[in-house]
Design a protein around this ligand. Sequence first.
Ligand code: PBG
Length: 328
Amino acid sequence: MDIRPRRNRKSESIRSLSRENVLKASDLIMPLFLIDGENKKDEIKSMPGIFRMSLDNIIKFSEEMHGNGIPAVALFPAIEDSKKDRYATESVNDRGLYQNAIREIKKAVPDLTVITDVAMDPYSSDGHDGLVDEKSGEILNDETLPILAKMAVSQARAGADIVAPSDMMDGRVLYIRRALDEAGFTDVGILSYTAKYASAFYGPFRDALNSAPKKGDKKTYQMDPANVREAVREAELDIAEGADFIMVKPGLPYLDVVKTLAEISSVPVAVYNVSGEYAMLRAASANGWLDYKKTVMETLVSFKRAGADMILTYHAAEAAAWLKDEKN
Ligand code: PBG
C-alpha cells in the first residue's frame, strides 16, 4: 500500500473538504479608537490603515463592518491629558466621551455587540492600569477594584453588552460581577483579559491612546512572557469568579497559551492579535517583503487552529470585506 498524504491536497475542492479550520467574519472583533470631535479620522503612525475616529466616523465604519458580518467591536477611548488624573475620575463620568459613544453606537447599530475596556490607563495621569501609590510607586490592587467596578457599571448603564477588564488586578472579575449584578446588569457579560502578558507588542496601541506608563513598567500585574502554567491559574480563577469569556493577549507569540487554555476552558476563549503584530505585517508588506492579504489570512486561521473562538484584530474590517468578496 502506498500512503500518500498529497492525495488530500490535489485540488482545491478536495482541500476544502479536508480543511480542519475555517475563518469566518463572525469570529472577528474589531478594536476601535475613539477621539472627541466631529468628522475626525487621524491615522496612527505606527499602525497604517488604522485611525483614531470621532463618533460620527466610528458609527459609519461600524455600520459598514456589521454589514460585512463583523459581530462586535472593542471600543477604546483616547482621552485628553487635561482630563486625566491619578484616580481616572473621568472614566466613571456617565456623560463622558466614552459613555456617550457607547450609547450612540448602540442606538445606530443595535445588533452590533459593543465590548468596552475596563482599565484605568487611558484615563490615568500615571498611565497605569491600576491606582499608583504616590510614595512607593506600587500599583495598588484592592484600591483599584472599586474604581474598575464603577467604570464597568457606568459602561453598562451606557449600553455596553460586554465589559472587558484589561487591567490584570487580582480578584477584579468577581468584584465587577457583583457590582454589575447589584446595579441590575445581570445580562452584561465579562470578557476577562485573563492571560495578558507584559509585552513589548503593545507599543503602537500606547501611541494611539498616549497611554504609556509615565514611570516603571507593567510587570507587577501583567504576566511574565516565559510562563504558561500561570495562565492556567489565571484562567481557573477568572472562570470561578464568573468570567463569561477568557482572553489571551498578545496572539501570535502566545499560540501555545491559546491552545492550553482552549483545552481546559469551560467558557469561550478569545485571542487579541495586538497592535505590534498588526504593525509587523503592515511594515513588511509596505516594503514589499510580505504579501499582506495572504499573511493576514494565514495569521488569523492560526488562531482558530490553536483553539480560539473569537479574535480581536485590527485586520478584522479588511478580512471581513475579503471574505465577503470571496463569497460573491
Ligand atoms: C491597557 C490595554 C493595552 C492594550 C489593550 N488594553 C495596552 C497595555 O496594557 O499597556 C493593548 C492592545 C494592543 O496593543 O493592540 N489596558
